[in-house]
Design a protein around this ligand. Structure first.
Ligand SMILES: [Zn+2]
Ligand SMILES: [Zn+2]
Length: 202
């Protein structure tokens, strides 16, 4: 274990405070990410306020994480030191059930491990991206192209994929019309992504 700086909620009703949290030592398939930006998702707010059920405190949230990989475990093959990397809403799953084996880890039959406020497979409680560093299994780390600024990449890790997924599912593109109701964190991403796909966007 090692200690990193973080911002955490002490309880459901207090403001976030500067503090430190523990990260696990790197396992053979883990990477260490030096976090540069973490988006603020409304799920972060719901979670720290306990809107979706009780959570452990102090709690560091943040699941739109981007940064640079500064260390890799001995058996890591997907990433190398110096890569730009991103982490979204999920950091682990059982890897064995039918859904995990078919690339649908978000539907893990034993429950996926969320980036924060989740009990990981080793029994530890996950802590999110409002911190300086995070240790994540390589399979749940995405590559971020050098051409995309960190601050533009971060919101794609939750707001972006949440809107991209249904647009892709319903084949948004030239000749299709898309209407977006509500221009918040997700809505404005939906407009940009649907327009980039070539759809007529209202
Ligand atoms: Zn989110
Ligand atoms: Zn599974």
């Amino acid at each position: 274990m090692f200690t990193v700086n973080a911002i955490a909620a002490p309880s459901a009703s207090e403001p976030l405070v500067r503090t430190t949290i523990e990260r696990r030592d790197l396992g053979p398939h883990d990477v260490l990410i030096d976090i540069r930006y973490a988006g603020i998702c409304h799920s972060d707010i719901h979670t720290v306020r306990g809107d979706w059920g009780s959570v452990p405190y102090p709690l560091t949230v943040g699941h739109e994480i981007v940064g640079r990989i500064t260390e890799v475990g001995a058996d890591v093959t997907r990433h190398t030191v110096g890569d730009r990397a991103g982490v979204g809403c999920m950091v682990n799953s059982c890897r064995e059930c039918e859904n995990c084996r078919t690339g649908n880890e978000q539907y893990c039959l034993k429950g996926n491990t969320q980036t924060y406020a989740s009990v990981d497979r080793d029994g530890s409680v996950t802590q999110g991206g409002y911190s300086t560093h995070v240790v994540v299994n390589e399979d749940f780390v995405l590559r971020v192209p050098e051409t995309i600024p960190y601050e533009a990449a971060a919101p794609m890790l939750c707001a972006g994929i949440t809107t991209y997924s249904p647009l892709a599912h319903w084949n948004a593109g030239p000749g299709r019309k898309v209407a977006v109701v509500g221009l918040g964190g997700l809505g404005h991403m939906a407009v940009k992504i649907a327009a980039a796909m070539g759809a007529e966007v209202t």
